[in-house]
Design a protein around this ligand. Structure first.
Ligand SMILES: Nc1ncnc2c1ncn2[C@@H]1O[C@H](COP(=O)(O)OP(=O)(O)OP(=O)(O)O)[C@@H](O)[C@H]1O
Length: 547
């Protein structure tokens, strides 16, 4: 929690202002009630109008101040909340980026969604709804106790004790009561998130397998379990709120009862009895937010823990302290490389091979032998466990990751397309590409016909993961994108797996001249693609044979 608070140290003055405004707002309410009560009591004695002037002025002042202060407090607290939300999101994204892809593979999409969306959402309220209310309540308790203590000090002390008792004990009880259902609600929300993400993204396969009913039943069951836990949680909160209201009423009665006794004893002017009773009641307004504050504090702690657990994962790779300069050569060398994803299970053992600058090499091997792994090691998604990979004369671990990635264009087997326009998706590889460049890249990728058919042209929205395109079109779009990147090295991993033979032949014919000055690692089971290569490397489980 300390870490989270430190994250927003810069906002401390705004938080203090929100607390100050919160105090002033409730203070105005107490002032309004107190002066009104005094005015009514005093008026009953039929004094001259002049005697009532100050009280009338007080009622006007507090009445107007309450509205203005409430508006200012709400405005500032909402502004602060949105500011914190935006900062948290960009901080989290910046912290997550170095973890991709190696470390993020440990988390399911639903889990990541919960950690990055729901938890951030619950943290946004930390300052305004969890930290500010107890301070406002404390300041209001002290100020009202002082006010009432100025009539009879014992009454001020009793009021302070009532505030402390209600403000501390009831939220603590409420937290205790709702700890278990609260934890269950969090777990079940996460499970439901995960199930919904899977049901939506896998909807086509679920339909094809005729498993809609089964998935529906699972979702219904998860929703019902969540609803039951939420009901329990709500009941626990209603019980504590009722307890708080009952204690507030009892305390007010106690104060009025004690006030009457002091009147009887001649220690209190009866004129102030109504002031004491109604000010007491008004001062308890600040306690109303404390139960919610305690719960937000608790859920923020859980959310912060989950969030820091995520961002504290050590990146699989990181930039060197003193990066080397990029070599001008695009020669690639794997030297005695060992690598495995799991301890003691090597996927690549003592792998050595070389790609000369401008050479096109096909990497061939049976499925699962480690071809994609080779490509991803070259991109340094993971580090080798023994040996080294060189770009030019430089070990890639000595390069800045951004410099390395700038040198390589990569089409993977699972290319990500984003929910945006054709243009957005293409420009990802090269934001400076001109319209002509984009059209030409689409032409090489055999997508000119598609572009001609689209009324919105490059502005066409392609949907999540390019859902509005066919599998082959998606793959050709990924190919067009990689061609736009001005990188001297290309890695193409099964680039034509989704293309028919006619499209494949046309694409290969258009591609060949563009590869003239590039170093290319081709991974493909297709003979036509392999034929593009100057030579092949056969990857086996423990070594490579070069031809
Ligand atoms: N992230 C990962 N974590 C653990 N094991 C992995 C991971 N990625 C791949 N593997 C395993 O590493 C081995 C090599 O996988 P890789 O994807 O490199 O093979 P491939 O030769 O490209 O296969 P294919 O031709 O089927 O695409 C496989 O046994 C695979 O199960």
């Amino acid at each position: 929690m300390k870490r989270l608070l430190q994250l927003f140290y810069a906002e401390r003055w705004q938080v203090l202002l929100v607390i100050g405004l919160g105090f002033a707002t409730v203070g105005s309410s107490v002032g309004l009630i107190a002066t009104s009560a005094y005015l009514i009591a005093k008026a009953a004695l039929m004094p001259s109008i002049a005697e009532l002037q100050v009280a009338v002025l007080g009622v006007r002042f507090f009445g107007i101040a309450r509205g203005v202060l409430r508006y200012a407090e709400r405005y500032l607290s909402h502004r602060l909340t949105f500011q914190i939300l935006a900062q948290l999101r960009s901080w989290l994204y910046a912290a997550l980026e170095p973890l991709a892809p190696a470390r993020l593979l440990h988390y399911s999409r639903g889990d990541l969604l919960t950690r990055t969306i729901s938890h951030i959402d619950s943290l946004q309220h930390l300052y305004v709804r969890a930290i500010a209310p107890p301070w406002v309540a404390l300041l209001v308790a002290l100020a009202t106790s002082l006010l009432i203590g100025s009539f009879v000090w014992q009454l001020g002390l009793v009021l302070l004790l009532c505030h402390l008792l209600i403000g501390v004990v009831v939220p603590a009880l409420s937290l205790r009561q709702s700890r278990q259902p609260g934890a269950k609600v969090n777990q079940q929300k996460q499970a439901l998130n995960q199930a919904v993400v899977e049901a939506v993204t896998g909807s086509a396969d679920i339909m094809a397998a005729n498993a809609e009913l089964l998935v529906q039943q699972q979702l219904t069951q998860l929703s019902q379990q969540l609803a039951t836990s939420q009901r329990r949680l709500t009941n626990a909160r209603i019980t504590s709120t009722s307890l708080l209201n009952a204690l507030v009423m009892l305390s007010t009665l106690l104060m009025v009862g004690l006030g009457s006794w002091f009147v009887e004893q001649g220690q209190l002017n009866p004129l102030y009895l109504a002031v004491i009773g109604l000010s007491t009641l008004a001062s308890f307004e600040a306690l109303g937010n404390l139960i919610q504050a305690a719960h937000i504090w608790q859920s923020s702690q859980q959310a912060a823990k989950a969030m820091f657990e995520l961002v504290d994962a050590r990146p699989a790779v990181s930039d060197p302290a003193e990066p080397s300069k990029l070599s001008t050569s695009s020669q690639i060398r794997f030297e005695h490389v060992d690598f495995g994803y799991v301890e003691n299970q090597l996927v690549l053992r003592d792998l050595s091979f070389e790609l000369a600058p401008g050479e096109i090499v096909a990497l061939q091997a049976p499925s699962g032998a480690g071809k994609t792994t080779v490509a991803q090691l070259l991109l340094r998604f993971w580090d080798v466990q023994a040996g080294a990979i060189y770009l030019g004369d430089c070990d890639i671990r000595q390069l800045r990751l951004a410099d390395l990635h700038q040198q390589i264009g990569y089409v993977s087997q699972h290319t990500e397309l984003f929910n945006g326009s054709l243009r957005d998706n293409l420009r990802l590889a090269n934001p400076a590409a001109s319209e002509d460049d984009l059209v030409q890249a689409l032409e090489v990728a055999q997508l000119s016909n598609l572009l001609a058919k689209l009324p919105a042209g490059l502005e066409t929205w392609i949907g999540e993961q390019g859902a509005k395109l066919s599998g082959g079109e998606r793959q050709r779009l990924a190919l067009a994108r990689v061609l736009l990147k001005p990188a001297p090295i290309l890695i193409l991993d099964e680039p034509t797996a989704q293309l028919d033979y006619a499209n494949e032949a046309a694409w290969l014919a258009a591609l060949k001249p563009l590869l003239a000055d590039k170093t290319v690692l081709l991974i493909s089971h297709r003979r036509a693609v392999q034929a593009l290569a100057d030579r092949s490397i056969y990857l086996e489980v423990s070594d490579t044979r070069s031809q």
